[in-house]
Write a protein that binds this ligand. Structure first.
Ligand code: ZN
Length: 303
């Protein structure tokens, strides 16, 4: 009680918001690496830029979840360059199959293919990130995969913050292909504002459901917007009291040991735990293509 009273008094004196009252932490993870070259960056340039942006922002470790069917020699070199820069490499399946379409046997064969193709390097982790965050349409399907992963010593590398960064990037690519003039400052602000808003949404739900702010895991993709603006995202988060931590530290949180008893798994671990608790409120923020298109139009990011 005494500690709470002092914290409350300190907050009034310094006029801090509740969100600044404690340090919150989040790890950055990038799916679908190595993604193809785009209208803006060659794949190899994107990797160089992303590594440089993370170093400049003093983010020492993130994780890249890889699809190994894109592992020709230059792409494999890109992945190894991430590991050499201190980042972690993990399994996102060989060809990004959707468990909900292909069934358990084909899906597990694809996970095994990635396991064999990933380079045997010290920064590799036995972590698996489900493509589309699809973990099974039925309890049988879900548990079959969970058991198979456990038997192969794989950890289910959940996220706590789901995002549509991939859709923001696809709108950017479409604008470039259409020859539009891009206002890069507005693009950066939209990317950072909407991602931070999503992070705050999931943290709010976590506090409500867990009574605390867990170590978060942010889902991003290895795309151009990440290479351009991850430094801005990190700077904004730190200004709001967030600490950027390694995925390894994030996965040491107590929620890592929970296997939520739900089929609502595509919105990340916090929503899954909330659903298991009987929560029936909103489960997403800015994860809607029409909503994002309207918001980008409103901000007049390109013309
Ligand atoms: Zn993916």
């Amino acid at each position: 009680m005494r500690t709470k009273a002092i914290t409350f008094a300190a907050c009034i004196l310094s006029v801090c918001s509740p969100s600044q009252a404690e340090t919150r932490s989040i790890a950055l993870t990038f799916d679908d690496a190595p993604r193809a070259s785009s209208a803006h960056f060659e794949g190899s340039t994107r990797a160089v830029r992303l590594i440089a942006a993370l170093a400049a922002a003093d983010v020492s470790q993130v994780a890249f979840f890889c699809n190994t069917d894109r592992f020709d020699a230059p792409n494999q070199a890109r992945i190894e360059s991430y590991a050499k820069a201190g980042h972690l490499i993990a399994n996102h399946s060989h060809s990004h199959l959707d468990l909900h379409r292909v069934g358990t046997e084909r899906f597990l064969a694809d996970v095994r293919a990635a396991d064999e193709a990933l380079p045997d390097i010290s920064n590799r982790r036995a972590w698996f990130r489900y493509p589309f965050l699809h973990e099974g349409r039925t309890i049988e399907e879900r548990d079959h995969i969970r058991t198979a992963l456990r038997q192969t010593q794989y950890f289910s590398a959940y996220v706590t913050v789901d995002t549509y960064d991939w859709y923001m990037d696809s709108m950017f690519q479409e604008a470039l292909r259409a020859g539009k003039t891009v206002d890069f400052q507005k693009l950066r602000d939209a990317y950072v504002d909407l991602l931070v808003d999503s992070i705050e949404f999931y943290d709010g739900l976590a506090r409500e459901q867990l009574g605390r702010s867990p170590r978060h895991v942010l889902l991003l993709h290895e795309n151009d917007l990440a290479a351009l603006y991850v430094g801005d995202l990190v700077a904004r988060l730190r200004r709001s009291g967030w600490e950027i931590i390694s995925p390894e530290l994030a996965y040491a949180d107590a929620i890592a040991a929970i296997e939520p008893e739900t089929l609502l798994l595509g919105q990340g671990r916090i929503v899954a735990i909330a659903d298991q608790n009987g929560y029936r409120g909103p489960t997403r923020r800015w994860e809607d293509e029409a909503l994002l298109t309207a918001e980008f139009d409103r901000r007049e990011i390109w013309r």
